[in-house]
Design a protein around this ligand. Structure first.
Ligand SMILES: Cc1cc2nc3c(=O)[nH]c(=O)nc-3n(C[C@H](O)[C@H](O)[C@H](O)COP(=O)(O)O)c2cc1C
Length: 361
């Protein structure tokens, strides 16, 4: 089933971009966990559209309405359901999307898969809007993990060719991880961030879009959690991260760069520090054999440029089977990446909590 996930916590996401609401059900959470709704709102607000010229002007409050699973600000342990209303929909912008394929979007493949029965308005269930409930679920998981000493934080590592600094893979702390999320534009180096924002604005003005990379770091996750082969930590991260629309690549630790080196350069020497086994370097990104090593976990996620751009594009009308030139109307992010940063943190938190619960069950 495409929109259900999890071994020990079970997440289900429902809704369409222009339906009455979207939401999620999260089952299997530990009972009695305090949930701070203000903190959850603040986390979800980092993803919310309509806040500045770098995001779609679609204006949504994205208020999470708790339907079940939280009583007196604590998890009950029974299914936790959250509904988020869709308020600002302009469905007429999508009148032709059930037969004209936006290049780079899922209109054509969605039509093939669901035989034309899918909701094309605003991208339907394929929309980036479905990351709002993902972020709600991840925001709950983040609070549960934080109470156990686990910190998750992400930043924009690059936009187009422009790069931010990367996290130090060895000496990473909760304070460093928290910093980018406190900024309107989540980078480590603000001068790089300025140039990135100018590039996004240039793309918006020229009816184009641009992609980028998000780097995510995790500290405090205990060593020895995960599994080999098909249920490893990397697998769990990957299955959630590829659930975020527009994600096209993922690398852990040194990632693809490891393939350009020798074993003598990439192996991380083990050492004893403060009576614990650590590694002197961290090319492995905190995961060996699908299992946490106790070093910071690090990965990078590649986002493609937003497919819906308003400059003219060649495509087809797949009902009439003829070529057409498309000028996309509607409101779109010129760059998905800034709003995707909390989505990546949310996906990471859900993967970690699921793996942790396997160990403690
Ligand atoms: C936060 C977020 C916002 C997005 N906003 C848009 C958008 O405004 N316009 C658009 O065409 N795609 C947007 N997308 C991406 C599309 O939903 C995605 O590219 C499309 O569903 C096809 O899926 P794929 O790129 O994973 O193959 C967004 C994705 C995310 C994560």
């Amino acid at each position: 089933m495409s929109s259900n996930w999890g071994n020990h916590i079970k997440l289900s996401i429902f809704g369409e971009s222009h339906g009455p609401s979207i939401g999620m059900v999260l089952d299997g959470l530990p009972a009695g966990e305090p949930i701070d709704m203000e903190q959850l709102r603040a986390f979800m607000d980092r993803r919310r559209p309509g806040k500045n010229r770098m995001s779609t002007p679609r204006s949504e409050t994205d208020e999470p309405h708790i339907l079940s699973g939280i009583y007196r600000n604590h998890t009950t342990g029974t299914p936790l359901a959250i509904e988020i209303y869709n308020r600002d929909t302009h469905s007429s912008d999508y009148a032709q999307m059930d037969h004209v394929a936006r290049p780079g979007h899922a209109d054509y493949t969605g039509h093939l898969r669901y035989c034309g029965a899918q909701d094309p308005r605003g991208g339907g269930h394929f929309s980036g809007r479905l990351t709002a409930p993902l972020t709600a679920a991840g925001g709950i998981a983040l609070q549960i993990l934080a109470r156990r000493g686990v910190s998750v934080g992400a930043h924009i590592a690059s936009i187009g060719p422009l790069e931010d600094q990367l996290f130090d893979p060895v000496s990473l702390s909760a304070a460093i991880l928290a910093k980018p999320g406190q900024k309107a534009f989540p980078v480590l180096d603000d001068s790089a961030g300025e140039s990135m924002q100018q590039l996004i604005e240039t793309c918006r003005a020229s009816q184009d879009s641009v992609g980028g990379v998000v780097e995510c770091g995790i500290t405090g996750f205990p060593p020895g959690i995960g599994s080999p082969m098909f249920d490893g930590l990397e697998n769990r991260f990957a299955s959630l991260l590829f659930g975020i629309p527009a994600v096209k690549g993922l690398e852990f630790g040194a990632g693809f760069d490891a393939a350009r080196h020798f074993g003598s350069q990439m192996n991380d020497p083990f050492t004893i520090q403060n009576s614990t086994v650590q590694t002197k370097t961290n090319h492995h990104g905190g995961i060996l054999g699908g299992i946490s090593s106790g070093m910071p976990i690090l990965f990078r996620v590649a986002f493609k440029p937003t497919p819906s751009i308003s400059r003219q594009q060649e495509t087809v009308d797949f009902q009439k089977m003829e070529s057409v030139v498309l000028s996309i109307r509607g409101r779109h992010d010129p760059c998905i990446v800034p709003r995707a940063v909390p989505c990546v943190e949310a996906a990471a938190a859900l993967a970690l909590l699921d793996a942790w619960m396997e160990k403690t069950k």
